[in-house]
Design a protein around this ligand. Structure first.
Ligand code: PLP
Length: 420
């Protein structure tokens, strides 16, 4: 017996509670156009992926040209120009010291690759290290490996028996940074871990939790001193989100392994990369075939997705993109300011182009009833906002206008009046 009208099973969706799906016909810039003639402002960049705007003409044109030339090729034993160009541009733009690029298809797979890089490295240099150190409240994806290194809770309770054990250090809340550093130091000293994985500057799905660059710098120093690999999961924080191209730049940190996805194609097609230091590649480089990095997926480095990524990287070689990012950050700062003194909200915060605040309600947390009510309220105002429980955040494409942001923040203000 089928209980839902459509046979499509949507992600992170409780179909028993979900109303009619919003049907989108077209996207342009910061806007989505629906089948029932509405224009919606995309205030969360369609799950944090759309950076320059929907259907950016330069990226669309690159996709069209590539699709007519070569749209798929097995990437084992073969290469192609878009992948070569993306790799060489990435190595120029990423923090110095990252030497190799491995392609995959999503943020989760880029993290899986990072974890496998770390374990493969230690095994191939003859050390037995497998433990991963993680940060409390982290999110790294929904595959089994990434769930293992992410926060445990309602998202993954059913799959707990499949998850591997990790060591968790506390989130460095403002004024409580030292316990994080102490715990990381202790874990590195006592547990002989393979790697520490962290979202630099902002923990996204964990609630848009922000911490300062000096903590990131200290965490890297601790890992470096104890020889533990430092993995930066920049899947969300990359591509200008924190105000710089990559968040690690603000801490002057070069990770040993870095994961990038989401905005890698400007949010147009699925693609991801995992970058690593030369010695991690070297540990796998051998005439002994057992030392191969055993990982692939059918569409690894798909040429059309790579052409989109190349176009995105071109845009990041242009200073106007950085000016847009700075302008969005400045507009966000101005619009969020009045909420700082507003008693209905707490923990009002910003890093770069991302703002977040908590609506003060009785029930808090991801499953708080206020979450879906807020979402429906915003949808009625033609805004795509998807609060994490009572945490409302704004992460727009960089083509958003001041008037768009005005509408978004007016709705947040009204939501507090009408729903609480
Ligand atoms: N890592 C971080 C920090 C993320 O925010 C996400 C997704 O939101 C992922 C990994 C997983 O990315 P994907 O959904 O593309 O698998």
């Amino acid at each position: 017996m089928c209980k839902a009208k459509s046979r499509i099973w949507h992600p992170f969706t409780q179909h028993a509670l979900q109303g009619e799906m919003t049907k989108i016909l077209r996207g342009e810039g910061a806007y989505l156009y629906t089948a029932d003639d509405r224009r919606i402002i995309d205030a969360i960049a369609s799950w944090w992926v759309v950076t320059h705007g929907h259907c950016h003409p330069y990226i669309v044109s690159a996709i069209q040209k590539q699709a007519e030339k070569l749209n798929q090729i097995i990437f084992a034993g073969h290469t192609h120009e878009p992948a070569e160009e993306v790799a060489s541009l990435l190595l120029k733009l990423a923090p110095r010291g990252l030497d190799y690029v491995f392609f995959s298809d999503s943020g989760s797979t880029s993290v899986e690759v990072a974890l496998k890089f770390a374990l493969g490295y230690w095994r191939n240099i003859g050390q037995s290290r497998s433990r991963i150190v993680v940060m409390q409240h982290s999110y790294h994806g929904d595959t089994v490996g990434t769930m293992s290194v992410g926060a445990r809770g309602v998202f993954n309770a059913a799959y707990e028996p499949l998850l591997f054990e990790v060591t968790s250090v506390p989130f460095p809340a403002l004024g409580h940074e030292q316990p994080t550093l102490d715990a990381l130091e202790a874990a590195c000293r006592n547990e002989n871990p393979a790697a520490f994985i962290v979202e630099p500057l902002i923990l996204g799905a964990g609630g848009m939790l922000m911490y300062p660059a000096w903590v990131l710098n200290e965490m890297k120093r601790i890992c470096e001193t104890s020889g533990v690999l430092f993995i930066a999961d920049e899947v969300m924080t990359g591509w200008g989100r924190t105000g710089t191209l990559f968040a690690c730049e603000q801490a002057g940190v070069t990770p040993d392994i870095a994961c990038y996805s989401k905005g890698l194609t400007g949010g147009s097609l699925p693609l991801a990369v995992t970058l690593c230091r030369g010695d991690i590649f070297d540990a796998h480089y051998s005439k002994d075939r057992t030392r191969t990095f055993f990982h692939s997926s059918s569409y690894t480095a798909n040429p059309v997705a790579c052409a989109a990524a190349k176009a995105n990287l071109d845009l990041w070689c242009n200073h106007e993109t950085y000016e847009r990012v700075a302008s969005v950050a400045a507009m966000q700062k101005q619009k969020i300011e009045p909420f700082r003194a507003d008693a209905r909200f707490g923990n009002v915060r910003q890093t770069g182009t991302i703002t977040a605040l908590e609506l003060k309600v009785c029930d808090e947390g991801y499953l708080a009833n206020i979450g879906p009510r807020l979402q429906a309220f915003f949808s009625d105002r033609d805004l795509l906002l998807r609060p994490l429980g009572n945490t409302i955040y704004v992460m727009p494409p960089y083509c958003v206008t001041s008037a768009d942001l005005e509408e978004i923040y007016a709705a947040i203000n009204d939501a507090a009046d009408e729903l609480v």
